[in-house]
Design a protein around this ligand. Sequence first.
Ligand code: SER
Length: 848
Amino acid sequence: MKLNQVRQSFLNYFKNKNHKILPSSGLVPKGDDSLLFTNAGMVQFKDTFLGLDNRDYSATTSQKCLRVGGKHNDLENVGFTTRHQTFFEMLGNFSFGEYFKEKAIEYAWEFLTEELKLPEDRLWVTVHKDDKESEEIWLKKIGVSSTRLAKLGDDDNFWSMGDTGPCGPCSEIFFDNGKNFDGKAPGEGDTGERYIEIWNLVFMEFNRDSNGKLSSLPVKCVDTGMGLERMCSVMQEVGSNFDIDIFKSLKNLMSKHFTEPNDQSLNVLADHLRAIFFLMAENIMPSNEGRGYVLRRLIRRAVRHGYKMGSRDPFLSQFLTHLENDFKEDFGVDFLKFEKIQKDLLTEEQLFFKTLKTGIEIFEASINDTDGKQLDGAIAFKLHDTYGFPVDLTMAMAKERGLKVDQKGFDNLMKKQREGSKSSSMFKVLDITIDPKINSEFVGYQEQTAKGSCVALFDEEGNSITSLSGEGFAIFSKTPFYAESGGQVADIGIFKSTNLNGEILNCKKVGDFHLHEVSIVEGSLELNADVELIIDAERREKIVSNHSATHLLHSALRKVLGESVEQRGSLVNEEKLRFDFSHSNKVTDDQIMEIEDIVNLKIEEAIDTKTEVLPYEDALKTGALAFFGDKYGEKVRVVYINGDFSVEFCGGTHVKNTSEIGGFAVTNETSVSSGVRRIEAISGDKYYKESQNALKTLELLSVKLNVPQEKIADRVDELLESLKNSKKNNPVVQAKELRDEQCSFSGSSGVIKIFENASLEILRKESDKLKSDKKIVFAICLSATEDKLIYIVSSNNSDEAPASEIIKAVNHAFDGSGGGRADFAQGGSSQKESVDEMVTKLKGLFKG
Ligand code: SER
């Protein structure tokens, strides 16, 4: 059976058992900050398990999963075992109260033995040692022999999604690959490659909070998970996930491409390539933090393995082409962006190949500082961490020089880093358990005030209470307070009743509930008390204006820059709007003007906006722009402005008519990371006030300079010119230019300029001038005075030639000190050198 046949047969089997086939959700969990990536089929059903989002059916899915980081992390196993992958598909069936242990076990057994026709005597099962019920079902109902059933503890047979969230005891099914493979039977030791776990049946009963406390879920649920690729290796009798149909031809192709192929590296590449692609298909770009960092590490690991196999040029993006058709069939929609992904991947690969080269240079330079025996662990770590340099490569190179690497020092630093990244991979989650049966309604699309009763009350720690007099959290039966989501900040405001006054400082979404952060000013808030809730309407009005302006901006960007513009993030508050989007180049001043004109035209046209709530599938058909970072339920809200000019999935609040926005101006355009730009803009009242201020300033300047407004710029130029001349004629600030030399760093061209008596300000200006020549990537400007040397390094390309790195070498050359950012650094030394000496030293360091 091919992979897609196994998938189909699973889904069909459960469809025939009255399960609804649902699509896989994304790798980035929507609206759930407790996980970095979807690591199991149950993630999209978490709220349903918790009772916060009810479903009256059982479901089955084939879920895209990624297990890197967090509780379930298989990254280090990939390439070392036949059965671990980072990216894989997980088949599962899910019951939300309809059935529990007995049916789940019966279905699993029937599917394996009757649909897939696996021989019963090659199947082994495990149960939790305290789960007598499952044990009975396996032995009595199913008739599994007690010699093939093991009872194990929490480590093996209790499953949790993460440190918090739904969990419960589980029962696992293993397949025996036969005597030719090593491994002990389940319960007897390491199962090795012989006994392969193929299916995990989890009986979800509990929710774990951040203190580790378990509470019962509203209903008992079932969550099962079967690794699709692993199951295929069983069905195809190949003994390894990496030898199944989908990997075979790719590995073949790759083994021909590399000069020194090895199976382990080929497996890592086959795995990582898929993980990389599916992350990028969800708009994640390589970066130095969060999900982007995981992606970057995967790419670097993959490139390193290619490097190990002899490649010195990018290869990953090229292999993607080979996968396109296979993937298209299986995953459809993600492939719309195929070419763009390939391009972005190529850029990252090229960047890393460059860094690899720099790493080698750093290695060479560090060799001189060793005691002749051992290379410092800190250098190996720096090469690994900053330059993504594989430690085994560092070791091999050190060996050629008769050196060892201080492995212990390296391991210690790695350990420290791992501990750091583990904690930074988890986001903070508000730890509050809400009774799913309470009723609460958001009326804030229409109303600014509402009368509601307090239906849930918590202290600052999240404990349920009945009376609050300080600060805490509350849910009300009705609320006009918008909860922070989709980039729009929460409403703030007040609430009151007789003898009670309080403030609402923030409002967060927990499932569908709006959890208000409250502060009591007078009296106390009692559970079940009726209060009047009033939002800060003036502030909301500004937010609304900025939110609708964001939609118009999004559409205008796509019109001016092209359809490849995709939202990467946004922030809408009362001050401004911020919009991040995919685009490789700087948005030019002309383009910004064009964008502003389009948005302002739509504002002038006074267009009514429209919203409608549609089933997800229908909403997709409207062509609405959906943002992956948001959670979309079964029903979604679609916001239209001017027919199809702007159609977006959005739960935010908007103007009724675009004329309410008043006006729009872009205030800033910057780069966020490679391929992502950021625009900040203002609208409404703020736009009006800022325009007024600008006009007043112009008036003032016109009076002061004694010229009409349109001549102000010319007049300022004249004044600047005469200032420059007067400085030139002033002998006190005479700086002398002594030497000008070409140089290079890691293949990037730079220039060294040496002055006498120049101030830092002059050096800075000189370097700006030098850098305006596009061929120059970085500039090192130095100035020698009577008693000291000062220098600055500035860089046009922080990735290729980071100023912060270059200055280290300059410090080293002159025994000086200093540092700075990747684009600008400065330093100094008390060492005096002749110009010739300075040039010799610097040219030696930066020769290429
Ligand atoms: N959530 C369980 C697992 O991932 C079963 O689906 O193993």
